[in-house]
Design a protein around this ligand. Structure first.
Ligand code: 5GP
Length: 194
């Protein structure tokens, strides 16, 4: 497994909400795109003889999943799950609710979970257990971001985009109260009372 080190520069302006909420850029756009392309190449090589079923975790992983899939040179299938673990707060509750389940039967499939970010790891632990019970041939995880030092147990990630400091981030799929998902980079969310 390989990953890259994020940058630490101020975020450029963004329309709509007060841009004072946006803090430093944690992963700039060019690094995101480069790393996603590299992950796609790695996955293409690893799954050459067994095309994977990509399971995207909505909503946060939608941009990552879309870019990643275009860099996998295999006949992949895509499906999505929507789970809720945060509501509008920025701390995990540990309670995970399935809002939308998969359409696909996972029996004997090579399943690759595509996650936006692993924080405490509770959401992923729940998902892994839930999907493993559906008898896939293999079950691996690709997470764009992992927060350093916050997981109580090893989240066992086959692919990682970037390891980042334990700060709350938005952009490239990640939101706060449904905003900022369309930022093309990942930056710190810096609202003073959070
Ligand atoms: P965990 O269960 O690992 O603590 O949290 C995983 C989920 O919480 C992620 O899939 C994501 O939806 C949300 N999350 C965790 N950290 C962040 C963050 O820094 N920013 C945003 N926007 N969401 C986060």
């Amino acid at each position: 497994m390989s990953d890259s080190t994020p940058h630490d520069t101020p975020a450029p302006p963004f329309g709509g909400r007060s841009r004072s909420e946006l803090g430093r850029i944690v992963v700039p756009e060019d690094e995101l795109l480069g790393r996603v392309a590299a992950l796609g190449k790695e996955i293409t090589a690893d799954y050459a003889d067994r095309p994977p079923l990509l399971v995207g975790v909505l909503k946060g992983a939608f941009l990552f999943m879309s870019d990643l899939a275009r860099h996998i040179d295999l006949p992949v299938e895509l499906d999505f799950m929507a789970v809720s673990s945060y509501g509008s707060a920025t701390k995990t509750s540990g309670v995970v609710r399935i809002i939308k389940d998969l359409d696909t039967d996972l029996t004997d499939r090579h399943v690759l979970i595509v996650e936006d970010i692993v924080d405490s790891g509770l959401t992923l632990a729940y998902l892994r257990k839930n999907l493993a019970a559906r008898n896939p041939a293999t079950l691996e995880v690709c997470s764009l971001l992992v927060k350093e030092g916050l997981q109580k147990v090893d989240p066992d990630l086959r692919y990682v985009g970037f390891r980042i400091p334990p700060v709350f981030v938005v952009g490239y799929g990640l939101d706060v109260d449904e905003c900022y998902r369309n930022l093309p980079y990942v930056c710190e969310y810096a609202e003073p009372d959070r």
